[in-house]
Design a protein around this ligand. Sequence first.
Ligand SMILES: Nc1ncnc2c1ncn2[C@@H]1O[C@H](COP(=O)(O)OP(=O)(O)OP(=O)(O)O)[C@@H](O)[C@H]1O
Ligand SMILES: [Mg+2]
Length: 391
Amino acid sequence: MEVGDCIVIDAGSASVKAGYSGEDTPRSVFPSILDEGGAEALSGLARSGGRRPESVECHFENAAQHPIQHGLVAEGNWEKMERLWDVTFGRELHQYPEGSSASGGAHGGLSVLLAEAPGTPAAARERAAQIMFETFKVPALCFFNSASLSLFASGRTRGVVLESGAGVSHAVPVFEGFALAHAVLRSELAGQDVTSALAANLRRTGSTLGFNVVRDMKEKLCRAQPLAQPGTPAAPGPDGAAAPPPPADGKAAAPPGAAFADVEYELPDGTMVKVAGAWRGAAPQVLFGGRADQLALPQLVAQSIGMCDRDFQPDLRGAVVLAGGTTMLPGFCDRMKAELSAILPEGHLRVRKFAAWIGGSMFASLETFKQVRIMKQEWEDDESIIHRKSF
Ligand SMILES: Nc1ncnc2c1ncn2[C@@H]1O[C@H](COP(=O)(O)OP(=O)(O)OP(=O)(O)O)[C@@H](O)[C@H]1O
Ligand SMILES: [Mg+2]
């Protein structure tokens, strides 16, 4: 099998995206969850209708199985993270980086590029480097900020990236490829909160559906509501349904003038359940309304731009890139445009699935990558190199 020289991994709270440099899409996208036994990264609860889901969100029932929570590997979870990487190389890619493939073939060794959540603590990077070099015998390694990679995937080196995955959202201004650390803002409002809001509404009807089923329902049926214009009276929405009730969290008022039709959803066992149109629009409201301790996503972007040098702000406002699975929510991009219209007069928002992974694949196939990756010998000579040579 012909493969690129580098294995690119974007491991998030809900899914691992892994594949080879130079390719357009990751070869494998699988849930970042370990079962009790630890040998398999997918437990029975994650299977829906016999098909493996792309991701499994973290919630209180299965939190212990998730090595990555809110985008970061928690202290005490490194053994699990190592097992997740082992599953990535062995079971998913059939290729270990050290110089032999799982099927027995030999190669000269593959570099590894790890997409890193913005604001990853130094200790976490040190631990990741140690596992990659010592356990997996990686010949060369590169850490790259996932937001900068997402921007790179859109063909730019200047702009603001709003990344919203399952467990964490970030607004990251990037200038000439480098994230401006002082203006990076983080919110723990992300996809799993949308699922929780939908689950809370379903529970009111006595439903006991598992979190993973509700996540699938969310991905298939939820939509971001358009922002009501000031003074617009509540009116039937695009599907003709009535205006929705306040969202489950009771904090973010649902805008009037938009609601969706009631629809049927097929459970893994074939049973049909009704999902109220109002819930389809109300659940994503949590992302736009914020919480007392977490910024709403439009504010994350606006405040992050505001923290940058005035001279850069026009460039940043002109290139807002949306990345991460939660931004795939239908209507998300339009809602963000409407929310930010005051500060993005010519704002142009772009969304791309697996943006960080694609950016990593593109970067790792450039000649420059060979100069910026950290060779194992360099790390052995001076471990602190991983902080000087990271992006
Ligand atoms: N079409 C869709 N509509 C709504 N949500 C979606 C859709 N597709 C994926 N998601 C959600 O996106 C999230 C997964 O996105 P992503 O893979 O970017 O997260 P992650 O990288 O695993 O997590 P994080 O970056 O937060 O650590 C999940 O919450 C998933 O339910
Ligand atoms: Mg992610």
